[in-house]
Unconditional design. Structure first.
Length: 126
């Protein structure tokens, strides 16, 4: 009967040389230096630094959002009972840009904005 070979033990040194791997955790002797640096866990999985301060643009955006409050939600138009029909609208570049900006400012789609405008026009005509 043939005997089985003992399994080879992979040491940390062999693994590091083979795949140039690094240990996930720092060695225990570095904990005292890390405690002074404010790193209480002793490891940094992602290798990222401390989070940066909030940029001035985002701070101003948050301040404006707090002053203005939440934007009003657009009235949801109920779909008419029946089949919906596709419609193509050809616009020049300036009107198209204006439509996209108006829809974005109100937080609705361009289709919802045009549908609301058409509903208001129909209500005024009636």
């Amino acid at each position: 009967m043939i005997g089985t070979k003992p399994m080879a033990a992979l040491s940390v040194g062999l693994l590091a040389r083979k795949g140039q791997a690094r240990p996930a955790m720092r060695r225990a002797d570095t904990f005292t230096a890390l405690a002074r640096a404010g790193d209480d866990l002793g490891w940094n999985d992602m290798g990222e630094g401390a989070p940066a301060a909030l940029p001035p643009v985002l701070a101003a955006r948050e301040r404006l959002a707090a002053e203005l409050g939440t934007p009003p939600h657009a009235r949801a138009t109920a779909p008419s009972p029946g089949k919906r029909v596709a419609f193509t609208l050809r616009l020049d570049g300036e009107r198209h840009q204006w439509l996209r900006q108006a829809a974005a400012a109100r937080g609705v789609s361009a289709q919802a904005l045009l549908t609301t405008a058409l509903d208001r026009l129909a209500a005024d005509a009636a």
